[in-house]
Design a protein around this ligand. Structure first.
Ligand code: FMN
Length: 443
């Protein structure tokens, strides 16, 4: 059992190891979230403690009030890494202010975007970091129970997290009266069946409660009415993995990394027609060119770059002339795309952008939960319309209908899935309209 900062420090010294930083980190990378991944043994709580792990939690419990913890997170200007970019400090503050005998912290490890595996890398490679972030969130918001929602297709993440929970509980770092502070916090895992929509906050909660993973309208917001109707903080894995370094180094340290509107780093999954696929963590504000050409090695087989799709199925395609865009929440939005969870798919000159848009639309069609008509019927109709362009059998009025229907599905769908499903179509119309016009057969 570890019951004080001194004991934690002693344990760290006793198991002191010479951790080796991986030699293949590109000079333009900056690791905060992934700093332990591939460095420590994720199955060993001793390794985590030796690397300074759980010190932020113990410091928070020993030296800071819940309000001070929230203040530090607010100073950091950390924004949620799950897609929306909502300020984490504000989210925590809303829940902390609600008076309730029971509150919950949920870690969203659903990660349904095709090609994305940032959260998986953290859950598998540094599970204690996630638990530490959740426990700090629990202390700050007055919650004593946490759930990690992981898709069942991530069995290694489930195994590593389960082991980490057992170890932390055995060490007294989770459980009752942590570090004699009077604070109790326990964590359980809930498995998802792999539906994309179950990553959406309200659908995820319905799924944990044992109901169908259907989203519901907001308000009420989760801060008032979350899991089992209780105030709930729901954060993405990467968001929570940033918490321990923020408490350790201070919010101002984090705020100094990145851009004015988006602090810190972001982990991206580079995929598609690129030489070096895989995860990279860079400061916010790194340009697309640096990401694709310097770190990613450029387009594979010497082919020409055409576009990059960011933000998963809800994102958009960014063309070559915007390669010097500094990646952050605002710049991607102004380019017609989004940060999303951090998927970056490189598209080469041989690809047809209408087919790319159809791929993502079809994904949303098959993943639509069917609860609301605009999303259920709209994504089906849009997929069929795109087929006409691909078969070069579309008419001018089909093009007008396509644009009109995109607007309708965006503005009338119940949840983020339908509200963002037309984004790949709209962004490819914006930058590659000629490829749609080539599919029109009447003049
Ligand atoms: C269709 C859909 C799927 C989503 N999938 C995920 C997901 O897999 N992981 C995630 O963290 N957030 C996902 N989100 C965003 C969540 O609803 C929520 O905003 C996020 O988990 C909040 O955490 P954050 O503030 O730390 O970003 C999804 C949203 C939508 C609309």
């Amino acid at each position: 059992m570890i019951t004080s900062i001194q004991e934690l420090q002693e344990a760290a010294l006793n198991s002191k190891k010479d951790f080796k930083t991986p030699s293949d980190i590109h000079p333009k990378e900056r690791r905060v979230v992934l700093e332990n991944v591939g460095v420590i043994d994720p199955q060993s709580i001793e390794d985590y403690i030796a690397s300074g792990g759980y010190m932020s939690l113990f410091r928070a419990l020993d030296e800071m009030s819940p309000k001070e913890v929230i203040e530090e997170v607010k100073i950091s200007a950390l924004r949620g890494r799950g897609g929306g970019g909502y300020p984490t400090g504000l989210k925590w503050e809303s829940v902390s202010k609600v008076i309730s005998e029971q509150k919950y912290i949920i870690c969203n490890g659903d990660e349904g975007d095709p090609g994305a595996f940032m959260d998986r890398a953290v859950m598998e490679g540094d599970p204690h970091r996630v638990l530490e972030g959740m426990a700090i969130a629990g202390y700050a918001c007055g919650a004593n129970k946490g759930y990690i929602y992981v898709r069942a297709e991530y069995p290694i993440a489930v195994e590593k997290l389960s082991r980490a929970i057992k170890q932390a509980t055995k060490f007294g770092i989770l459980g009752e009266n942590i570090a004699h502070s009077g604070f109790n916090f326990s964590v359980e895992i809930r498995l998802g069946a792999g539906a994309f929509v179950c990553g959406e906050a309200t659908a995820l909660i319905a799924s944990i409660e044992g109901n169908r993973g259907h989203p519901r309208q907001k308000p009420p917001h989760l801060s008032d009415y979350g899991l089992w109707g209780k105030p709930t903080v729901l954060n993405n894995v990467e968001t929570l993995a940033n918490i321990a370094p923020i408490i350790k180094n201070g919010g101002a340290w984090f705020r100094a990394i990145g851009t004015e509107s988006s602090s810190g780093t972001k982990v991206f999954a580079l995929t598609g027609h690129i030489k070096n696929t895989g995860l990279v963590e860079v400061e916010m504000g790194t340009t697309l060119r640096e990401l694709i050409f310097d770190i990613g090695g450029g387009v594979e087989d010497g082919r020409k770059f055409k576009a990059i799709q960011s933000g998963g199925p809800s994102g958009g395609c960014i063309p070559e002339h915007l390669l010097d865009l500094q990646v952050d929440y605002e710049s991607l939005k102004s380019a017609g795309s989004i940060m999303g969870s951090g998927g970056l798919i490189v598209i080469d000159e041989g690809s047809n952008m209408v087919e790319i848009a159809r791929f993502f639309m079809d994904f949303c069609r098959s993943e639509s939960c069917g609860k609301c008509t605009p999303c259920r019927v709209g994504t089906t109709e849009l997929t069929m319309l795109l087929d006409k362009f691909i078969a070069k059998k579309a008419t001018k009025s089909d093009f007008e209908l396509l644009k009109e229907m995109c607007k309708m599905v965006k503005s009338t769908s119940l949840c983020g899935l339908g509200q963002t499903a037309p984004n790949p179509v709209l962004s490819t119309i914006r930058y590659f309209e000629d490829e749609y016009l080539a599919g029109i057969c009447d003049d």
